[in-house]
Ligand binder design. Structure first.
Ligand SMILES: Cc1ncc(C[n+]2csc(CCOP(=O)(O)OP(=O)(O)O)c2C)c(N)n1
Length: 569
């Protein structure tokens, strides 16, 4: 059957199970949009900036476990996608971005709105295509989805010249995808699994360090079995939050620059570290030469490029987390580590890390805790970047898998609101709270319009400290308190929301925090709460850059802060 390439793309999307796409149109991609009404299964969400199309598609992907899809036109539409694609790349989120390109005969002529988007996105995509041969259209779309979701997930971009969309071509359903140069390894090597099991069985002070790979693999149950069978305590990375229930007796929450002091101490003192679906990011490891100095390290990861990249490992296992843990569990004997767990409990008592100091003003930590209590821990939390992100990670307790959605690798301010759009569309029956900073919110607040147009119900908490807070914290601690370019004016967020037809409330007294959260929850729709929080509150614990995990600043009173010495191995 003959179809235009635009029709072929839409049909392929439907066959891939896509129901929602995020984007903005323009001249080069117009033929694709013109075809959309023929495919009512595809709901198009018109965002207000293409960066947000990618973030929303990523939010959708992270909430549903499916591939997120975004569209943009050529030139500025495509370049606007770049930050969102990079975000998905660093956080291993499956995404297919389809961009319009100038017509084939204009390519390379600096035509109107021409950019080499495949060149630009080469280092931030798993793969990308410029489709010149119309007979390849269906195979390319099929392959793109296959590459995006298999192995270590990531973004794939398909650039389609305008005349290609319009060209009619015989439509063949592509057969089974077979890419000789791309064969993700799913099953772990049995000998390596056996070695790991033996190491775990002989450990006195084992520790599991779980990353986002556990969530991506859907392996939370296997992780729990491993921890419970051998009584191994579990810590996570920032993006591993919610891979293991934080209320579980074996949970010691998360590690890293702003992780729990006792979790960092656990890593620094364990004798076997079982790192699962994580990549030893520098914000997690701190100074790498001081990382887990006494441990033999088992590293399970689907991406062979991650093995030995940042940290020397003793037993690497390349494979999908679930496919590795299942056979490994059969070889793990029951065990007790009473003394080790007692030690961790003692560190937790001595370094509680998430205690909230008494204050009459509104502390952001108190706001997050109150949201936790009001939602019974049942919401999906999406964050901005900065202090708000760290407080959201520290003071909400995540017990359900995949309920913390945040920009980890790229640390993209402005991620929160558009990602919430995708998360809410992917999980319409879940309460979604976007916990944002006043700076992050101002980067993408135009998505309030998308939210209204789509009639979404998102609860938005703005931690309004009048600063680019996290950078201010660094200036305070490491740059002699010289607040260059961090004081931040913002509009009246409640009036702003009102202009979009969204109700909201400004909270300036501590006693109004809980009623405002309740009001937001009771409202059947999107609601903005502008919390005027303590302006110079800092995030603790903090491992300064260059220090090892144990060299934390834990003191909530700034005048007592002393700099740790750089750790030498
Ligand atoms: C797009 C982008 N630009 C700059 C930064 C650097 N940066 C990291 S945190 C931060 C401040 C964030 O301020 P805000 O959103 O108000 O959150 P707060 O830290 O005050 O909670 C900045 C500027 C970034 N992460 N992303």
């Amino acid at each position: 059957m003959k179809m235009t390439c635009a029709q072929i793309i839409c049909d392929c999307l439907v066959k891939e199970g896509v129901d929602t796409v995020f984007g903005i149109l323009g001249g080069a991609i117009l033929p694709l949009y013109d075809t959309l009404p023929q495919f009512p299964q595809l709901h198009h969400v018109l965002v207000r900036h293409e960066q947000c199309a990618a973030h929303a598609a990523e939010g959708y992907a992270r909430a549903t476990g499916r591939v997120g899809v975004c569209f943009a036109t050529s030139g500025p539409g495509a370049t606007n996608l770049v930050t969102g694609i990079a975000n998905a790349y660093l956080d291993s989120s499956p995404l297919v971005a389809i961009t319009g390109q100038v017509g084939r005969r204009f390519i390379g002529k600096d035509a109107f709105q021409e950019v080499d988007i495949t060149g630009i996105t080469l280092p931030i995509t798993k793969h990308n295509y410029l489709v010149r041969d119309t007979t390849q259209m269906s195979r390319v779309v099929r392959e793109a989805f296959y590459i995006a979701r298999t192995g270590r997930p990531g973004p794939v971009l398909i650039d389609v010249p305008k005349d290609v969309f319009n060209e009619q071509v015989e439509y063949h359903q592509p057969g089974k995808i077979d890419i000789p140069s791309y064969k993700p390894i799913l099953k772990g090597h049995p000998a390596q699994i056996q070695k790991a099991a033996r190491l775990i069985a002989g450990a006195q002070k084992p520790l599991i360090l779980a990353g986002r790979g556990v969530i991506l693999s859907g392996a939370s149950e296997e992780l729990k079995s491993l921890a419970e069978t051998a009584q191994i305590p579990v810590v996570t990375t920032l993006l591993g939050i919610s891979s293991f229930p934080e209320s579980h007796v074996l949970s010691y929450r998360w590690i890293g620059m702003h992780g729990m002091a006792y979790a960092n101490m656990a890593v620094s003192n364990c004798d076997v570290l079982i790192a699962i679906g994580m990549r030893f990011d520098d914000r997690a490891t701190a100074e790498v030469t001081g990382f887990a100095p006494h441990a033999k390290i088992i590293h399970i990861d689907i991406d062979p490029a991650e093995i030995g990249k940042n940290v020397r490992v003793d037993v690497p296992i390349v494979g999908d987390v679930k496919a590795v843990l299942q056979p490994m569990l059969k070889q793990i004997p029951q065990a007790q580590h009473v003394e080790w767990l007692k030690q961790l409990d003692q560190w937790r008592r001595e370094h509680p890390s998430t205690e909230i100091r008494g204050a009459s003003s509104i502390l952001p930590q108190y706001v997050v805790r109150s949201i936790y209590e009001a939602t019974n821990g049942d919401a999906t939390i999406v964050t901005g970047v900065g202090q708000n992100q760290m407080w959201a990670a520290q003071h909400y307790t995540y017990d359900k898998p995949n309920t913390f959605i945040s920009s980890g690798g790229l640390g993209t301010m402005g991620f929160g609101l558009p990602a919430s759009v995708g998360v809410k569309m992917g999980r319409p029956d879940t309460t979604v709270w976007c916990i944002d900073g006043d700076g992050s919110f101002q980067m993408t607040l135009h998505e309030l319009a998308t939210i209204v147009q789509e009639r979404l119900a998102i609860k938005i908490a703005i931690m309004n400290n009048g600063f680019l807070g996290m950078v201010r914290q660094w200036q305070e601690l490491f740059h002699g308190k010289r607040y260059v370019a961090t004081p931040l004016w913002g509009p009246d967020f409640v009036k702003l929301a009102d202009a979009y037809g969204i109700p909201g409330v400004k909270v300036r007294r501590k006693e109004d925090v809980v009623p405002a959260i309740r009001q937001a929850m009771a409202y059947d729709g999107t609601f903005v709460v502008d919390f005027g929080v303590e302006p110079e509150e800092n995030v603790y614990p903090m491992v300064p850059q260059g220090a090892a995990l144990t060299q934390m600043l834990e003191i909530p009173r700034q005048e007592e802060v002393t700099w740790p010495q750089r750790n030498t191995p």
